[in-house]
Design a protein around this ligand. Sequence first.
Ligand SMILES: Nc1nc2c(c(=O)[nH]1)N[C@H]1C(S)=C(S)[C@@H](COP(=O)(O)OP(=O)(O)OC[C@H]3O[C@@H](n4cnc5c(=O)[nH]c(N)nc54)[C@H](O)[C@@H]3O)O[C@H]1N2
Ligand SMILES: Nc1nc2c(c(=O)[nH]1)N[C@H]1C(S)=C(S)[C@@H](COP(=O)(O)OP(=O)(O)OC[C@H]3O[C@@H](n4cnc5c(=O)[nH]c(N)nc54)[C@H](O)[C@@H]3O)O[C@H]1N2
Ligand SMILES: [Mo]
Length: 825
Amino acid sequence: MTKNQLSNWSRRRFLQASGGLVAASALQFGYSKSALAKAIGQALPQFTALRPAQKGILTAAHWGAFEAIVENGRMIGVQPVQDDPAPNELIEMVPWQVYAPNRIKTPMVRKSWLEKGPGSRTELRGSDEWVPVSWDKAIELVTNEIRRLQQNDGPGSIYAGSYGWKSTGMLHNCRALLQRLMNLAGGFLNYSGDYSTGAAQVIMSHVVGSMEVYEQQTCWPNVLEHSELVVLWGCNPHTTLKNSWNVPDHVGLDGFAQLAKKGVRVITIDPIYQPGAKQMNAQWIAPHAYTDSAMIMGIAHTLLSEKLHDEAFLHRYTVGFDRFRAVLLGESDGVVKDAEWASGICGIEPEVIRNLAREMAQKRTMIMAGWGIQRQHHGEQPHWLLVTLAAMLGQIGLPGGGFGFSYHYSSGGSPTARGGIISGISAGESPANAPAPIPVARIADCLANPGKTINFNGRKITYPHVKMVYVVGGNPFHHHQDTNNLLQAWRQPETIVVQEPYWTATAKHADIVLPCTTSYERNDVEMGGDYSQLYVFPMHQCVAPQHDARSDFDIFRAMAVRLGVEQAFTDGKDEMQWLKSMYDNMKSQARTAGVALPPFDMFWQSNSYIRFPIPEANKQWVRFADFRADPLLNPLGTPSGKIEIYSQRVASMNYPDCPGLPGWLPPQEWHGSEAAKRWPLSLNTAHPEYRLHSQLDNTPLREKHAVANREEILINEQDAARRGIRSGDLVRAFNDRGQILVGAVVTPDIRPGVVRISEGAWYDPADPAKTGALCRNGNVNCLTLDIGSSMLAQGNCGHMAQLEIEKYQGEAPPNTAHVAPPSAA
Ligand SMILES: Nc1nc2c(c(=O)[nH]1)N[C@H]1C(S)=C(S)[C@@H](COP(=O)(O)OP(=O)(O)OC[C@H]3O[C@@H](n4cnc5c(=O)[nH]c(N)nc54)[C@H](O)[C@@H]3O)O[C@H]1N2
Ligand SMILES: Nc1nc2c(c(=O)[nH]1)N[C@H]1C(S)=C(S)[C@@H](COP(=O)(O)OP(=O)(O)OC[C@H]3O[C@@H](n4cnc5c(=O)[nH]c(N)nc54)[C@H](O)[C@@H]3O)O[C@H]1N2
Ligand SMILES: [Mo]
């Protein structure tokens, strides 16, 4: 189940819970002596899909399912579930998540806001004093604001899109709960798209008729049997497969391990020689950052000029190749897009480009692309060109061939099981007068420019005047580009509410902070395996809520009471009744699929998880095989029903930054741009190995990667030597937009001219009252550009910026990213 499908699922209606359920939390694990336990013990063996825990309390996170070891009410350790083929060290941080010293302990309000009302001294956000208030008071303040704004300004004045990765759990899905409340209270401004695939998901809908990035991939057993060459294009699966949107099944990591074991040839195309690719013995080809489109065109030209392309495939399954051919041959602009031309842009030897084309054509080739290459200006182009390249190779829809844009994400290619699916709590319907959603990464632009109109995928979007921002489960002060620009825009709204377990930078920049529990302090359920739907995991409460924290459900229920919509919000159900209704719904689907499951009480009390069977046929599933077999009977969702190398629909939008044919469009900043004269280095902001974005930055796992107590920066030996920088040094990284402190790792495994600083370090300004202040922890988004990928998709460009670095002189400043504000400690 993928992110976007999930939100559809969550809109489904649920069965009513039957009454009389015994609320049995794992806190009272007395079942071993009870009569129920005996009955369960006798009944369990008939339910073959059930897998009991070994010694702890079963629960789960984005980084895996595990058993929590709890002694005297305190979580002291974890153990991965037995079925996990590749458990990782992130789960070991769970006790630290619960007992982190920077938990928000009690509801707090910013002093000026409390004393002088909404909109007061908004420039003090981030540096004002905090005043503790009771839960009742906090709920009153927030609901009064919602009421006031609904009455005076309408739903467009409240931004409750609240993008973010929150925690797993289908009931305590904080974003769905927030939106459920806001819909009942009169509506709100939402967002569309996401930060992950902003550009690709929009262009792919025009090119192959679906978002593609969240589709099931040709399954691993098929890849292992048939693929002769795997090309990892900007794809770092060994890192990104550690986490999933749902609970990971980690089948993808196992797939890559087996690929390596079999000795299948792998080529990695990435400015960084990632450790995972190195382990697989992959050949490393390191283009200049942001130049992949040119390199792909060079490969395409080679295929064409050496007649290695599949004319029959192109004829039967695509439209527009003739126009693309004309561009490759330079018929319109006189520039032949051959390997020499490509080399001049991407910095890869022409012969390497040609050999790559030849090898791809000779072998059964699977192109596995990641998403960093589309988190860039003109980020629509690389994936469009990779589909075009795969079409020229003619292997789309064949076993082990074609392209896959989700092998690195949530285990795309993990065969789909046969069973049932848990639907989450629904956000409900938005009222008719709610405004059109804004593209998610345009949020700062929207806050700063009420009334501005932008282009988006053939439409016009006008920003409403946002006066309240409500954040749950996301961290914009890490995830949004150009933090200093965000800081300015963040001063516009009158009220900002942040509901969080921790004092993140976003919480520090709020007016009202509400402490919520971690998922280990409440009961929930979640699917395991986003694409496989292989497991259902109970997420038993492991420990009592810490400090004054409340679950997101309880916080919003209290607001619903004050707003007079409690019955509609809760549907008359409490936590355990919700879980039972979700389970019962899933159970009846499983029964239809021929899998017997026990009643909810027994499932819950038995401390087991469910593993569904996988039909043999699903293991050999090939993406686009049905389209290939019969393109008339199984057309794609494009206007032509075929792969659109040329899109008339995109062309008709007349966007200069995304015309009807894919190609090389120089980005705003790159090594060949004006900006590079002052800022010679290109930034890479890959996802971090030992975190999920900003999550877990406040745990001891940080010791594995932090350098000089800052986020690490990878620097090529030549670039470091030229600047007198050595491994372990404190480094200032800077450009016109901001400056950050990072710790140097000097390495040959990154292309000269490129530096990597992973996304996700918590923002810690040396002077919180000033924009442009030095971030002492190394939040990379202080350096990135806040522009849309193009008028088509308006995706974020987080993976792109020119900058300079220097050895930091002077005394190392303190790093307070992970401590509570002094007035709230
Ligand atoms: N430069 C650059 N920027 C990027 C990227 C990049 O590659 N480069 N990547 C982008 C991508 S793909 C993404 S998806 C985003 C990710 O951006 P986010 O999803 O915002 O990142 P997270 O760190 O996961 O933030 C989740 C927050 O929710 C909180 N939280 C966890 N559980 C709960 C809960 O139960 N209730 C509540 N109320 N809060 C909870 C966590 O403490 C954390 O602060 O970043 C984007 N930003
Ligand atoms: N451990 C861990 N796993 C995660 C996440 C996490 O934060 N931590 N986040 C999850 C989320 S929300 C998402 S969206 C996915 C992200 O998945 P991706 O977007 O695929 O991950 P990135 O690390 O941003 O980029 C992947 C690779 O692209 C390379 N790359 C960047 N720029 C270029 C370029 O210009 N050219 C080429 N050829 N390569 C380039 C990077 O060096 C990196 O190796 O990961 C998910 N998994
Ligand atoms: Mo993402």
